[in-house]
Design a protein around this ligand. Structure first.
Ligand code: BES
Ligand code: MN
Ligand code: MN
Length: 466
């Protein structure tokens, strides 16, 4: 393709400044107080799509935050790429752990990002990555090289499980018809070794509440004679894994996809050094389901984790109290074949059965989603492979990821097209955490690589049709 690098070199500074403007907006979807900022961000995204040369820009209403739509239809005979991304971000707390304020984007060099990285909430997840697509389209339109049609769906509720998106898609199926879905909202192995994300885990998330006595009690008068819901909750949680760190919920693994020997061998070829992994996390020893590698445990095997646990007295000093209630938030990462609603159900039955009569259990399900796998035979995968091969020295390798993007499996069901996950983040970019950042190399490399996806996808797709 012509002039891609030249165009980037010429407009580099502006691209960055434009992204900074988006990053300054605290579009936190988990907190209702930020509704005005979410709307403001949606409008800013719409405006940048307009400036890039897109058409039919709209803020489409949902039950929640609006979806930004834009397209550029050059010829209905040609294939259509649907770009999905999200403009909402995770809350920034704990604020005191940020070295620079989360909504004041700052450039800093790091060991893995010697050319500098943008530090801000949403820098990598997903504003920085989503914005690469807007810039890639700007380049394709400006240099008159857009080879096919493109549509954008940029939503504002991904970080809270995309609750409004399923009904929205059912309602607007025709508008979003496409031949392939392209998402940059995942990561790659390293800046030297690109990878294409070929899997996402599903998710089932529950909150549990245990109630013991009808009020907090003096732990001297009552301790030892009345069940303490925090003690009981800990015992119940400890029963969710067995001695092999296998999840004990009956039926949990029944339909879980099991990789073939060949698939296991392939995925374990990825460069991975257990010692470095442990060192980076400051742990003596890794943990996980017996007979699986760390890579497998964290991507293609289901997992169950307590994300938060609370109850009783957590203030300063010691208060002697036997609490009335105990709580925990528990997530289950799922693999292909495991239905989130069914897993929630199995969890509920089993967890309830673990409770002694001295407490009552209340379980509230939260958002969920199914797992997704991109087949390597998909022409979108092949197009992505060729795209990375043009812009990186090393060939990309397929890598399943352990994270979730809840809407992706539904895309596949509704549109019958595959999702291609061209993520350019690094695991060390601290998404969802203090000091989230995104490498300048990654930002510009993404902008450079995406146009080649359009080119190769259109070519392969057209050849297929013949
Ligand atoms: N972009 C992430 C998902 C992700 C990141 C997948 C890196 C693979 C690699 C997304 O925004 C996210 O945070 N998803 C949540 C689920 C959601 C329901 C809150 C997750 O995976 O925890
Ligand atoms: Mn994301
Ligand atoms: Mn996220």
């Amino acid at each position: 393709m012509k002039n891609i690098q030249t165009y980037i070199a010429k407009h580099k500074e502006r691209f960055l400044q434009e992204l900074f403007e988006l990053l300054k907006m605290p579009s936190i979807s988990a907190d209702l107080a930020y509704q005005p900022q979410l709307l403001q961000t949606a409008e800013a995204v719409a405006k940048s799509l307009l400036n890039a040369g897109c058409e039919n820009i709209q803020l489409l209403e949902t039950k929640g935050n609006p979806v930004v739509y834009a397209d550029k239809i050059i010829n209905p005979e040609l294939p259509t790429v649907l770009v999905y991304g999200h403009y909402d971000v995770q809350p920034a707390d704990p604020l005191e752990l940020w070295d620079t304020p989360p909504f004041e984007p700052t450039l800093k060099k790091t060991k893995l990002h010697p050319d500098g990285a943008i530090f801000a909430r949403g820098a990598c997840d997903d504003k920085g990555q989503m914005f690469m697509h807007i810039k890639a389209i700007e380049i394709l339109i400006a240099t008159e090289q857009l080879p096919c049609n493109v549509k954008f769906m940029i939503e504002g509720e991904e970080e809270v499980g995309s609750p409004s998106l399923a009904p929205f898609i059912e309602e607007h199926t025709e508008l979003f018809e496409n031949d392939v879905i392209l998402i940059s909202d995942t990561g790659m192995i390293s800046n030297q070794q690109p990878s294409i994300t070929t899997g996402l885990r599903g998710l089932s998330y529950v909150e549990v509440e245990l109630t013991g006595p009808n009020r907090d009690l003096h732990s001297g008068f009552y301790g030892g004679a009345v069940a303490n819901p925090i003690n009981i909750l800990s015992q119940m949680i400890s029963k969710l894994h067995d001695e092999n760190n296998h999840i004990t919920i009956p039926g949990f693994y029944d339909h879980a996809y099991v990789l073939s020997k060949e698939e296991r061998r392939e995925m374990n070829k990825a460069p991975f050094v257990q010692k470095d992994y442990n060192k980076a996390l400051n742990i003596e020893e890794e943990w996980g389901e017996k007979t699986y590698s760390t890579l497998e445990r964290s991507t293609v095997r289901p997992s169950l984790d307590v994300n938060g646990i609370w109850g009783g007295y957590i203030g300063e000093g010691a208060k002697t109290v036997l609490p009335s209630k105990a709580y925990a938030k528990i997530s289950m990462r799922l693999v292909s074949g495991q239905d989130p609603d069914e897993m929630t159900h199995l969890f509920t039955d089993y967890f309830t059965s673990l409770a002694p009569k001295s407490v009552t259990v209340k379980i509230t399900p939260h958002h969920g989603g199914k797992a997704y796998r991109t087949p390597l035979e998909a022409i979108g995968y092949q197009a992505a492979y060729k795209a990375y091969s043009e812009t990186f020295a090393n060939k990309p390798i397929p890598q399943p990821s352990g994270g979730s993007i809840p809407i992706v499996s539904l895309f596949n069901e509704v549109f019958k097209s595959h999702t291609i996950l061209m993520g350019f983040g690094l695991n060390s970019d601290a998404i969802h955490a203090p000091n989230e950042h995104y490498g300048l190399f990654n930002f510009y490399k993404g902008i450079e690589t995406i146009p080649y996806f359009y080119k190769h996808f259109t070519e392969i797709h057209t050849n297929h049709e013949k």
